[in-house]
Design a protein. Structure first.
Length: 342
């Protein structure tokens, strides 16, 4: 099912990004797939790095976090998986009932992913203006999710146009490349701007390390939600502090499914049988707020509304009652009935 179909159904496609949280451990990687699937996500996302194709010794660390790797290139090299290991992971995802989704960082990575078969691709914002990768992805004909964290508006425009010229369906995610992202930098207002600008499914790729921003995006109609997942934010790695724990992801999924239903129009604003008893219970009837004698003229100041609605004349008759003469005496807080009026 493509993301436009998710949108038409009012469903949100929820992605748990493992990225580098496994730190090269296949055991941790497989256990994270199972944990993410258990949290109820739709897809588990990976990053496919092939060091020689993607990087060089000149690449700087984004954050100097590793005492193990002398260079960023060494880090990518250590994090590589073989073709068969990726195929095993895809089988693990399928067995767990979640989609295997990946971000390739080179054309070689796309080739690898095509060999094992994927439904769609995610483009990291660092490659938003990379026509070499975009062209390779477009040639697969598969849906592409574009992240925008490092992109200028004109680059987003160009990437969307590039894919549409090649008849490739796209989705666009608001993203801020700060780890973790402060609330003021999340930019939920961009959801409506991106939707209006591109007329495609939009969503949020979040790095705040909380469930608040994704839930806010869900309430605003995001079709895609993505966040990093970790077993514990104290784990080793560059993304741990900006990730959600497994339990937080489960709460995010639960809250998003709640909001999917809550975004609807709700019950019609009409009088029907289902509201009848509650309308009787909470509705009001006219009463007097003081002792009154027969022959007195009823004023607004003499009236009160009391429950239930069928205790006396309905409050909707107020205008008709004002100026009427009492045909008999009434005690304070007595309901007014049609027989009370002369």
């Amino acid at each position: 099912m493509n993301l436009a179909e998710y949108e038409s159904l009012g469903r949100t496609f929820i992605i748990a990004e493992i990225a580098q949280a496994h730190d090269g451990s296949l055991g941790i990687l497989h256990s994270m797939v199972d944990a993410a699937a258990g949290a109820g996500v739709d897809a588990v996302k990976f990053q496919v790095h092939i060091a020689e194709a993607e990087s060089s010794a000149l690449e700087p660390f984004r954050v100097r976090f590793s005492p193990v790797d002398a260079t960023r290139f060494d880090y990518w090299k250590r994090m590589e998986l073989s073709l068969e290991q990726w195929a095993d992971l895809k089988r693990r995802c399928e067995a767990a009932g979640v989609e295997f989704l990946a971000t390739p960082f080179s054309n070689a990575a796309v080739d690898l992913l095509e060999s094992i078969g994927v439904q769609r691709y995610k483009v990291g914002s660092g490659d938003l203006a990379n026509p070499v990768l975009l062209e390779r992805l477009a040639r697969t004909g598969k849906e592409v999710i574009l992240s925008t964290g490092l992109g200028a508006l004109e680059e987003i425009d160009a990437a969307v146009a590039f894919m549409r010229e090649r008849k490739v369906p796209v989705a666009v995610l608001q993203c801020t490349t700060k780890y973790p992202t402060a609330p003021v930098d999340i930019g939920l207002a961009w959801l409506s701007r991106l939707r209006q600008r591109y007329g495609c499914p939009v969503g949020l790729s979040d790095h705040s390390g909380t469930i608040y921003a994704p839930l806010g995006a869900a309430a605003l109609g995001a079709v895609v939600l993505e966040a990093h997942i970790t077993f514990d934010r104290r784990m080793f790695g560059p993304d741990a502090k900006a990730s959600l724990t497994v339990d937080e992801f489960a709460e995010l999924v639960k809250g998003t499914r709640f909001l999917e239903a809550a975004r609807g129009g709700g019950p019609d604003k009409v009088i029907d049988e289902s509201k009848g008893e509650l309308r009787r219970m909470f509705g009001k009837a006219l009463a007097v707020n003081r002792d009154m004698q027969a022959g007195e003229i009823l004023r607004f100041e003499d009236l009160e509304g009391k429950k239930p609605t069928d205790g006396g004349l309905p409050v909707a008759k107020m205008a008709e009652v004002i100026g009427s003469k009492l045909g008999r005496a009434k005690k304070r807080w007595d309901f007014l009935t049609p027989d009370d009026l002369a």
